[in-house]
Design a protein around this ligand. Structure first.
Ligand code: GRF
Length: 205
C-alpha cells in the first residue's frame, strides 16, 4: 500500500479531514506520518488523537538553507515509508515553500490545497484577494506541486459563490468546508491510481 505523509504548520483541519476520510472511506493509503515545522501546531494533537505518528522539524531558527531543511523532512518521510516510489506527500496548510530539489525528487508525488480557483489569486491571503477583487465566484484547488508558487497541474477544483456581504472571514469559512471535501477526494483519486498527468494537465479516470 502507498504511504502518506502530511506536512502542516497550524490548525490542521485539512489534515483531519484527510485522516478521517481515509478511515471512513477505506481509501487505500496508509497515513504514515504527520510532520510540522512548528512545535505548537494544533494539528499535531489532532493527528496523535487519531493514532497517527507525528514529528516536528522546527523551522524557526533553522540555520541551513531551504534544501537543507527539506532534506530533514525527506529523511523522516523515508523512515516512514513515504518514498517517491511508494508515497504521497500532502501539504496541508504547510506555510513554507518547498525547495526545487524536494519537488524534483518527489516529482508528481506532492500535492497542495489552495483556497482559490487557480490561476486566480495564488500566494497568501487568497480569500482576501478574491473579496477585494470583487470576484463573484472563488473556491478551492487541489494541485500537484511544481517549482512555482501554486502553479502545478490541477487535480480538482470546487466553486464557492462570493456573496455581496462576504468578508475575508465569511468567505474563508465557506471555502474551508469545500476544502474538507476536495482534499480527501484528491487523495482518494491518487491512491486509486486514477490521475494521469500529461504536461500541465491531468486526466481523471
Ligand atoms: C487552508 O485554507 C489551506 O487552503 C491553506 O491553508 C489553510 C490551512 O488550514 N493552504 P488547515 O491548517 O488545514 O486548517
Amino acid at each position: 500500500m502507498l504511504n502518506l505523509g502530511i506536512l502542516i504548520s497550524g490548525r490542521g483541519s485539512n489534515m483531519e479531514a484527510i485522516l478521517k476520510a481515509i478511515k471512513r472511506k477505506k481509501i487505500p493509503i496508509n497515513p504514515a506520518i504527520v510532520i510540522s515545522n512548528k512545535s505548537d501546531a494544533r494539528g499535531l494533537k489532532i493527528a496523535q488523537k487519531l493514532g497517527v505518528k507525528t514529528e516536528v522539524i522546527e523551522s524557526k531558527g533553522f540555520k541551513g538553507n531551504r534544501w537543507e531543511y527539506d532534506q530533514k523532512i525527506i529523511a523522516i518521510l523515508k523512515k516512514n515509508g513515504v518514498t517517491p516510489k511508494n508515497g504521497l506527500v500532502c501539504l496541508a496548510g504547510f506555510m513554507r515553500i518547498v525547495s526545487p530539489e524536494f519537488v524534483k525528487k518527489y516529482k508528481n508525488k506532492i500535492i497542495n490545497i489552495h483556497p482559490a480557483l487557480l490561476p486566480a489569486f495564488p500566494g497568501l491571503d487568497a480569500q482576501k484577494q478574491a473579496v477585494e477583487y470583487g470576484s463573484k465566484y472563488s473556491g478551492v484547488t487541489v494541485h500537484f506541486v511544481d517549482s512555482g508558487v501554486d502553479t502545478g497541474p490541477i487535480i480538482l477544483q470546487k466553486v464557492v459563490k462570493v456573496e455581496n456581504n462576504d468578508t475575508e472571514e465569511t468567505l474563508a469559512k465557506r471555502i474551508l468546508l469545500k476544502e474538507h471535501q476536495a482534499y480527501p477526494e484528491a487523495v482518494q483519486l491518487f491512491a486509486e491510481g486514477k490521475i494521469k498527468i500529461s504536461g500541465r494537465k491531468t486526466k481523471i479516470s
